[in-house]
Design a protein around this ligand. Structure first.
Ligand SMILES: [Zn+2]
Length: 123
């Protein structure tokens, strides 16, 4: 993958993480569930990379989606740091660049994604 595109995808992921960070924080502030306790304080004190761990006991359905996405993006960024980004988790071929631009956290190539989808419909 050309360096400039990798940089562009990385920037896109960081931006999405930042948006999720805001949305999660707001969600917790607005939904004053007693069990949230001093969660916002804890979130303030920790980098966003620790958030999925901090939030794991408080996952409402909405938070689950956001935190899941946050984790997927963070995992993709660590793969990028290790130089392993963009390889299909099933067949280890390169994932098509268009797919990664459409969804930087994409884990499967076109072929395996389609296969998986067909499989899930059959079930
Ligand atoms: Zn594949």
């Amino acid at each position: 993958m050309p360096h400039s595109i990798a940089q562009q995808i990385r920037a896109q992921m960081l931006q999405e993480i930042e948006q999720l960070r805001h949305q999660i924080y707001q969600y917790i502030q607005q939904n004053h569930l007693p069990e949230f306790g001093n969660l916002t304080q804890k979130l303030d004190q920790n980098p966003v990379s620790h958030w999925p761990e901090l939030l794991q006991n408080w996952l409402t359905p909405e938070l689950k989606i956001k935190v899941g996405r946050l984790e997927a993006l963070q995992a993709a960024i660590s793969l990028m740091d290790m130089g392993l980004y963009g390889l299909c988790s099933d067949c280890e071929q390169r994932i098509e660049q268009e797919l990664l631009i459409a969804d930087p956290a994409q884990q499967r190539c076109q072929h395996c994604a389609t296969k998986m989808l067909e499989h899930s419909i059959e079930r």
